[in-house]
Design a protein around this ligand. Structure first.
Ligand SMILES: Cc1cc2nc3c(=O)[nH]c(=O)nc-3n(C[C@H](O)[C@H](O)[C@H](O)COP(=O)(O)OP(=O)(O)OC[C@H]3O[C@@H](n4cnc5c(N)ncnc54)[C@H](O)[C@@H]3O)c2cc1C
Length: 426
């Protein structure tokens, strides 16, 4: 057993996974959790690993990116996914959990571990002399935001109150879309999705009557109006806003035009410009599919409207999740620039693997870019002028040739092989 002690800030999904992984490797851990002394507006209970919103860990189907990531995590010996399996509730092909049981079981597993000491305190500083994993989540305490800012420099942290959906390029109907910018300014920067009057009215009616997520953490998105709220101001409000049809003289005078903007340099992902939304995920798919070019669109991220704090990852961490400025400090979970429960767990796991390797005098590692976890690490550490958090999705993997249907299986098979090689080399 080693005597080294590692500090983990935040006993959420990433923090608990990291703590359990390190404890298993014989590393002593001080897990600092602010609850019950302080609770973020999103957290309601005092348990560790609290799931703040949907109880779904998304698909288990191997030919989805989320299913592929789960397969990778199982190969890496993920602790929280195993606990999730033990308290799952029926949810078709998704892994959904009883959130109270999940939190209780994770808390029990952490408390049972003799190498972990849970300390209830609001961390307001980062000890750069110690080995530290910061995973205080997207609604972390402001004092820690200040501590991170002073460690990494101004502008290293970002916040959003709203995010627009992102779709895969190959799911867009290119026969119903065209490249170009309004008034020809910007070449082919945008992919435009036109609607005629009948299509627009059908879309509009569906949008204003669609089901919204109840705003439980209130008052967080004054600066950025959801598209459905703007639409409710009048039938033409969007046609004077994000859907204005002007500047496309050669495109057959469309009645309304949604613009899509490239999300990554490989142009495999596009975001819906100005479509930050608070609609339920299923409703986003239903309503936005009424835009002809998006009829069969696949969403890698749905629009969300809640406070989210994340680091400007490409500027301040490397793919192994270490701060460029301070190699003792790792950032994991949603704060690192990934988005989602499973993605947060995954980065907690990787941070623990790397902390443990450093303590053993070994180099840090990053899974191959053909794996979803490796691709996520690559994405968050690649220069990006408008960096936004990223979900697991096949659009961030190196492209693969083949028919669309087979391609997903190929992504899975390639990841499976790459992760097997990675695990055997650890
Ligand atoms: C409102 C909301 C809804 C979301 N809905 C979904 C969803 O439906 N599906 C999905 O996949 N993802 C969702 N996410 C995104 C993300 O997956 C979750 O936030 C996830 O819990 C992130 O895991 P984490 O470990 O990074 O942070 P968390 O699980 O939030 O854990 C962070 C922990 O750190 C503690 N903490 C904070 N500051 C300090 C401090 N200074 N000192 C000590 N402890 C501190 C907190 O109390 C918390 O326990 C949502 C996020 C938010 C904010």
């Amino acid at each position: 057993m080693k005597n080294d002690s590692v500090e983990i800030i935040g006993g959420g999904l990433a923090g608990c996974e990291a703590a359990l992984q390190l404890a298993e490797r014989g590393v002593k851990v001080r897990l600092i959790e602010a609850k019950p002394l302080w609770r973020s507006p999103a957290h309601k209970s005092d348990g560790l690993a609290e799931i703040v919103c949907s109880n779904s860990f998304k698909s288990t189907v191997p030919t989805t990116a989320s299913g592929t990531l789960k397969n990778e995590l199982n190969m890496l010996g993920c602790k929280l996914l195993k606990i999730a399996e033990e308290c799952k509730v029926p949810a078709g092909s998704a892994l959904a959990v009883d959130r109270d049981e999940f939190s209780a079981r994770v808390t029990e597993a952490v408390e049972r571990e003799k190498n972990i000491r849970v300390v209830n305190a609001v961390a307001d500083s980062i000890d750069t002399a110690a080995m530290t994993v910061v995973c205080a989540g997207p609604v972390c305490h402001e004092k820690l935001v200040d501590a991170l800012t002073s460690l990494t420099g101004e502008g290293a942290l970002a916040f959003y109150d709203a995010a627009a959906p992102i779709v895969t390029a190959d799911s867009i109907d290119m026969d119903r879309a065209f490249f170009g910018a309004r008034y020809g300014k910007g070449g082919d920067d945008y992919l435009n999705c036109p609607m005629n009057k009948a299509e627009y009215i059908e879309f509009y009616d569906a949008l204003v009557s669609a089901e919204r997520v109840v705003d439980e953490i209130g008052g967080v998105f004054e600066g950025c109006m959801p598209v459905e709220v703007m639409a409710a101001r009048g039938v033409d409000a969007l046609r004077y806003g994000p859907l204005r049809p002007v500047g496309f003289r050669d495109a057959g005078a469309p009645y309304a035009v949604l613009q899509l903007r490239r999300e990554n340099t490989a142009s495999t992902l596009y975001n819906l410009v100005g479509f930050q939304t608070n609609l339920k995920f299923g409703e986003q798919k239903r309503v936005f599919s009424l835009i002809p070019a998006l009829k069969n669109a696949e969403y890698v991220r749905y629009g969300v409207m809640h406070r989210n704090t994340f680091i400007d990852a490409p500027k301040i961490i490397d793919a192994d999740l270490r701060l460029k400025k301070c190699g003792n400090v790792f950032i994991a979970g949603q704060l690192s620039g990934v988005e989602g429960y499973v993605e947060s767990i995954a980065t907690g796991l990787l941070a623990a693997v790397n902390v443990s390797r450093l303590l053993e005098g070994k180099d840090t590692v990053v899974p191959p870019k053909e794996t979803v976890l490796g691709a996520l690490c690559g994405y968050i550490s690649t220069p990006n002028v408008d960096f936004q958090p990223m979900n697991a999705n096949f659009g961030i993997l190196p492209p693969i040739d083949g028919a669309k249907k087979e391609r997903k299986q190929l992504y899975y098979d390639r990841s499976d092989e790459a992760m097997k090689r990675f695990v055997s080399g650890l």
